[in-house]
Design a protein around this ligand. Structure first.
Ligand code: SF4
Length: 390
């Protein structure tokens, strides 16, 4: 369980949540900003952010996820993926305030990994993650009951992607599992299969399937998809007993959009193009790509690519644009023709950052993300297990 301050909000229909107008406190989706945001048109926003950051000095450490807007990244003390950023924050114990320009589950992970003295702040509480929202604690507990009734829970090891709520990480730790990132998913699965016969992979079905099938030689038939919206996950006892990989029915709303057609289309448009995609993409997209890798891997590959080479990237658009700007000697295009920002990540904008920094500089703690002690204890077990992976 996570507490956020303040949270005096009421559930509303999804249409309003998507506009960020109100909130659903049961999920990571939308809540109103509790303060007076500066107008986006304020010409002094950059100067105000600089001044507030200077007033805070070493007391604040700003983390910027790779998918953030440029206007926010400009103020980040460090950039990276969610796990790297959480570790960077833990490595700055003098920073009392960790301002996480990312999404809710990332701020939770930072709170779990940082000291009690450090307070983690999410500039906009509406910055959730649709993938993390696809697996609630209640749904996952019910799934475990279904596995127990099928007689397979004892031989199943949960492996949860970093992109999950603290509750799901805690469930994983309670049941002897591990967390993984997109960089170490294979090692996590190998470890899990050395301890059990099956893996329950949460919450991204694509990362689980791609790792098992593409990297480890499992067949698609070894995988089943557990749908939390159907009785018994939509699976028979026989299917659960036969499966090696029980994949949660979750996906990333950004990476899940890339299609086989977009790969075929870019190959027709740019002869010789290298297609490089994130493993959160669908299996057919990953199978058709030339290279597959985590965000950090994509950045490194582009750094090392020869001048004149052409690349189509299947990942978040802010990152693709920054990479294209950083490598004018290479042709770097977005894999899909349509715009594909992470809309919730993009909730963190300059007005929210200015409001957060000015509030902190004035001694007012806002939008703190705090994981309760019991959830933190078991989530930490699962995170520590990831750090100990062979
Ligand atoms: S890119 Fe996908 S997984 Fe990452 S925060 Fe956005 S919705 Fe979640």
């Amino acid at each position: 369980m996570t507490t956020t301050q303040p949270l005096d909000v009421q559930p509303t229909p999804l249409a309003l949540l998507l506009l960020g107008r109100e909130s659903d406190p049961r999920s990571e989706r939308g809540v109103e900003c509790p303060g007076d945001l500066p107008a986006p048109s304020d010409p002094d926003l950059v100067e105000r952010a600089r001044a507030a950051k200077a007033r805070l000095g070493d007391r604040v450490f700003i983390l910027g996820h790779h998918y953030q807007r440029d206007e926010v990244i400009e103020f980040a003390d460090v950039t990276g993926d969610s796990f790297k950023l959480a570790r960077d924050a833990a490595g700055r114990p003098e920073a009392e305030y960790i301002v996480f320009c990312g999404v809710h589950f990332m701020a939770e992970s930072a709170d779990i990994l940082t000291s009690e003295r450090q307070q983690v702040i999410l500039p906009d509480l509406a910055a959730g993650c649709s993938m993390a929202d696809m697996a609630s604690a209640e749904q996952v507990a019910e799934c475990w009951d279904v596995l127990a009734e099928a007689g397979v829970a004892d031989v199943t090891v949960p492996v949860s992607y970093m992109n999950s709520s603290a509750d799901i990480k805690s469930f994983t730790g309670r049941h002897g599992g591990t967390i993984c990132t997109s960089s170490n998913a294979r090692r996590a699965l190998e470890w899990a299969f050395s301890r059990g016969e099956k893996v329950l992979f949460l919450p991204d079905q694509h990362l689980g399937r791609n790792t098992a099938v593409r990297d480890m030689g499992f067949s698609l038939d070894d995988c089943v998809v557990y749908n939390p919206h159907k009785p018994n996950g939509g699976l028979t006892v026989e299917q659960l007993r036969a499966a090696k990989m029980i994949l949660w029915r979750g996906h990333c709303s950004v990476h899940g959009r890339f299609s086989l057609e977009s790969v075929e289309d870019v190959r027709a448009r740019i002869p010789g193009v290298n297609v490089l995609v994130h493993p959160e993409c669908k299996h057919e997209v990953v199978a058709a790509a030339d290279y597959v890798g985590s965000t950090e891997h994509i950045i490194t590959m582009l750094d090392e690519a020869p001048a004149g080479s052409a690349w189509a990237l299947g990942t978040e658009l802010n990152l693709v644009r920054r990479l294209a700007n950083a490598h004018p000697d290479k042709q770097i295009v977005f894999l899909d023709k349509t715009v594909c920002f992470c809309s919730t990540m993009n909730r963190i904008d300059l007005p929210h950052l200015v409001w957060t920094l000015e509030s902190l500089a004035d001694g007012k703690l806002v939008n703190r993300i705090q994981v309760d002690a019991e959830t933190e204890h078991f989530a930490k077990l699962a995170l520590e297990q990831m750090l100990a992976l062979p």
